[in-house]
Design a protein around this ligand. Structure first.
Ligand code: G6P
Length: 621
C-alpha cells in the first residue's frame, strides 16, 4: 500500500504534492518522491522544451521535505508518491517516480505487478536498462515501448495497452514531456480517485491528499484509464470507450478521511481484511496452482524436512499455532511453536533438517530478532513472515514471505494477523503438494476454498451491526473466557488478547478441554463465555463444554457456522460465519472476535488505536 498524489493546473505544484504526500503518510512511509514537468532552462521561451525533474529519498516525508528546500522545481504539473515497499528495499533508487530509458516518462505506482519479472526480461532483450529492484520500473519502460508503435504517440493509448499486459494490482499514474499539462492514469484493484477544482485537477490514492483544495471527487473503477488536464477529466472503460461519471461531494474532515470515514484506524483495518487477504494471496495462487518460490527451498530440501520450528510473540504467536495445525495436518511435518522470548534464553537445540520460521508483523520485535540470531548462530535456516519490507527481521533472515497487508496503524494487530494466517495456509498446502501427500482433487478443493475466503470475510463484515448489538448488551461483564478446540483454539487465544488489549477487561483464552482443570472455578453469572464453535469434528465436544459453563450461570456467546440450528438451545448470543472447510475456519472466526472486542472497547470509551501501555513495535525486552 503506497500513497499517490498528482496535480495539473495553474498553481505551482511542488508544495501541493508535498502536502498531499504528508496527508498520505499513513499509507506508506519508507521513502517518497516527486516528479515535476519543468521547462528546460536552455530551451527557447517561444518554444519551450520540458523535462521531468525528480527528487526522491529513502525515509519519511520530512526527509523529502528537507531535500526539496534546496532544489528549484518550477512547474504546474507533477506526480508524487510515498512508498510502502513490496519489491526491493526502501532505498533512494527504489523510491518512485521511476523513469523510462530516456527520462521522458515518469511513473508512480501503488500495487504489485505479478508478472513483472517476465516483462522485465522481455524488455531487457529489447535493450531497456533497469536500475531499481522494483516491479514498478517495468511500467515506464512498457509505456516507452508502446509509444513507439501503434499508439500515435498517445500516452493514454499506451496506458490502455499496458493495462492489458500486466497482471496484479495497481494504481498507475504517468506524465510525459510530450504533453506537459497532462496526467494519464489507470487502475486495477488499487484505489484511485480524481479531485476537481477551478485551479486544476488531481489524482490521488485517497481523499485526504487533496481535501485542502477540493471536495469534489470521482472514483476511477477497475480497468479504467483516465486523462486529466487542468480543465478536463476524461475517463475510459476497459475497451477505451469514454465513460460519463459525475463527481460527488464529501464533507469529511481530513482526520476522518484518513480513516476512510471510519471512527478509528482499527475499525478501518478490520474492514480492509478482504483486500489484505487478497493481496497476500496475489501472485501466490495462480490459475488453480500455488506458486511459492519465495520459500526458497528446493523440492528435495522440502522432502527432507524433519521438523519445523515456529517462533513469534503476541498475535503472531497465534498465527504460528494455526501454522502448526495446518502444516502437520497437510504436510505431515512435526511443528514446534514457541514464544520468542522463551526460545532465546533456553539454550535451544537446532536439529539438522529443521526449518525455522519467525512470524512478526513489524519485523522489529526484539525478542523475535534475538531468537532468530540464536537459531542462525546454531546453523538454522530462517524464513521470516513479516509485513514490513526491509525490516530488521527481513534483512537478517535467509528468506522472507511478505504478508502484503499494507501498513497497519492501529497498535493491535488485525489485518496483519489474517494475512499471517493466510501465509500459514499457503505454506502448509505447498509443502504438502511438494511432498506428494495430497490428492489433486483435495488440493484443488482447498485452493477453491482459499479463493473464497475474502468474500466470506466480507459477508461477516457486512453483519458487523449484530456484533455491536451483542457488545452493547455484554460490555459491563468483568470476566470473559474464550474457548475453542483445534482450529478454534488459537482464535480463542486471539479473541481474549484483543479484548484485553483494547478494553482492559480481564479475559482468558483456553483450550475448551482445559476448562475443567481450573478456569471453570471462575465461571458465575458475571462471566461471559465466548465459544468458537464452527462446524468441525470437535463440535459436539464444544457443545458439552458450553453446557458445563451454562450450568454455572455464565452468559454464552457462540460463533458458529451458518445453518447451525442446534446452537440456539445452548447460547444466549449467536453469530454465524459462512461455511468453509474445517482447516480454514480460523481465519473466519477471528473476524467477529476482532469486531466484538472493538465494540466492547468503544462502549467503554477506550482509545482502541493506541491502547495504554502497548506499542506497535516492541523493540525493548
Ligand atoms: C506488540 C503489538 C502486537 C503484536 C506483538 C508482536 O505487542 O502490539 O499487536 O502482536 O507486538 O509483534 P510482531 O511485530 O512481532 O508481530
Amino acid at each position: 500500500m503506497c500513497g499517490i498524489v498528482a496535480y495539473t493546473g495553474i498553481k505551482q505544484c511542488k508544495n501541493i504534492l508535498l502536502n498531499g504526500l504528508k496527508r498520505l503518510e499513513y499509507r506508506g512511509y519508507d521513502s517518497a518522491g516527486v516528479g515535476i514537468l519543468s521547462v528546460n532552462h536552455s530551451s527557447k521561451i517561444k518554444n519551450p522544451v520540458f523535462e521531468i525533474k525528480v527528487a526522491k529519498e529513502a525515509g519519511k516525508i520530512k526527509v523529502l521535505e528537507e531535500l526539496l528546500k534546496d532544489i528549484e522545481m518550477q512547474g504546474v504539473c507533477g506526480i508524487g508518491h510515498t512508498r510502502w515497499a513490496t519489491h526491493g528495499e526502501p532505498t533512494q533508487i527504489n523510491a518512485h517516480p521511476h523513469f523510462d530509458c530516456k527520462q521522458k516518462i515518469a511513473v508512480v505506482h501503488n500495487g504489485i505487478i505479478e508478472n513483472y519479472a517476465e516483462i522485465r526480461e522481455e524488455l531487457i532483450k529489447k535493450g531497456h536498462i533497469f536500475i531499481s529492484q522494483t516491479d514498478t520500473e517495468v511500467l515506464p519502460h512498457l509505456l516507452e515501448g508502446y509509444l513507439k508503435s501503434e499508439t500515435n504517440g498517445s500516452l493514454l493509448v499506451a496506458m490502455q495497452k499496458l493495462m492489458k499486459k500486466i497482471r496484479g494490482s495497481g494504481a498507475i499514474v504517468a506524465i510525459s514531456v510530450e504533453k506537459p499539462n497532462e496526467i494519464i492514469a489507470g487502475r486495477i484493484a488499487s484505489p484511485l480517485i480524481v479531485g476537481t477544482s477551478r485551479d486544476g485537477n488531481f489524482l490521488a490514492s485517497d481523499m485526504p491528499a487533496v481535501l485542502d483544495h477540493t471536495r469534489l471527487f470521482t472514483v476511477i473503477n477497475d480497468y479504467e484509464t483516465v486523462c486529466v488536464t487542468r480543465d478536463k477529466v476524461k475517463i475510459y472503460d476497459s475497451n477505451g470507450k469514454l465513460v460519463q461519471r459525475n463527481p460527488f461531494k464529501v464533507n469529511w474532515s481530513i482526520e476522518s478521511a484518513e480513516k476512510g470515514g471510519y471512527e478509528d484506524f482499527m475499525l478501518k483495518e478490520i474492514f480492509e481484511q478482504p483486500y489484505g487477504i487478497k493481496e497476500t494471496m496475489r501472485g501466490r495462487l495462480l490459475d488453480g496452482e500455488l506458486n511459492f518460490e519465495e520459500l526458497n527451498l528446493t523440492d528435495e530440501q522440502i522432502k527432507n524436512l524433519k521438523k519445523i520450528q515456529i517462533i513469534a510473540c503476541g498475535t503472531s504467536y497465534h498465527a504460528a499455532l494455526t501454522g502448526k495445525l495446518v502444516i502437520e495436518k497437510w504436510a505431515k511435518i512435526p511443528v514446534e511453536v514457541e514464544i520468542s522470548s522463551e526460545y532465546r534464553y533456553r539454550d535451544p537445540i537446532v536439529d539438522e533438517g529443521c526449518l525455522f520460521i519467525a512470524i512478526t508483523q513489524s519485523g522489529e520485535t526484539i525478542d523475535t530478532l534475538a531468537a532468530i540470531r540464536e537459531a542462525r548462530g546454531k546453523g538454522a535456516k530462517v524464513m521470516a513472515v513479516t509485513n514490513v519490507v526491509g525490516s530488521t527481521v527481513a534483512r537478517e533472515s535467509d528468506s522472507v514471505i511478505y504478508t502484503h497487508a499494507g501498513p497497519e496503524v492501529g497498535v493491535c494487530a488485525t489485518k496483519t494477523f489474517s494475512a499471517q494466517i493466510m501465509v500459514m495456509y499457503l505454506t502448509g498446502l505447498y509443502l504438502s503438494k511438494v511432498k506428494g501427500l495430497i490428492k489433486q482433487e483435495n488440493y484443488e478443493r482447498i485452493i477453491e476454498e482459499l479463493k473464497m475466503i475474502p468474500n466470506k470475510v466480507q459477508i461477516i463484515l457486512n453483519n458487523a451491526e449484530r456484533l455491536k448489538k451483542i457488545a452493547d448488551e455484554t460490555y459491563k461483564y468483568t470476566c470473559f473466557l474464550f474457548l475453542g478446540r483445534i482450529y478454534g483454539f488459537p482464535m480463542a487465544l486471539e479473541g481474549a488478547l484483543k479484548l484485553k488489549e483494547i478494553s482492559y477487561i480481564h479475559a482468558e483464552g483456553y483450550a475448551a478441554g482445559e476448562m475443567k482443570h481450573g478456569p471453570i472455578a471462575l465461571t458465575d453469572n458475571k462471566t461471559v463465555v465466548v465459544g468458537v464453535i464452527p462446524q468441525d469434528f470437535v463440535y459436539e465436544k464444544m457443545i458439552s463444554n458450553l453446557q458445563e459453563v451454562r450450568a454455572r450461570n455464565a452468559k454464552i456467546f457462540a460463533i458458529v457456522s451458518e445453518g447451525d440450528k442446534n446452537i440456539e438451545k445452548y447460547a444466549d448470543y449467536i453469530f454465524t460465519i459462512p461455511k468453509t472447510i474445517e482447516e480454514l475456519n480460523g481465519i473466519l472466526t477471528v473476524i467477529p472476535l476482532q469486531l466484538y472486542a472493538y465494540y466492547i472497547a468503544k462502549n467503554l470509551n477506550r482509545n482502541v488505536d493506541q491502547p495504554r501501555n502497548l506499542a506497535k513495535s516492541v523493540t525493548v525486552e
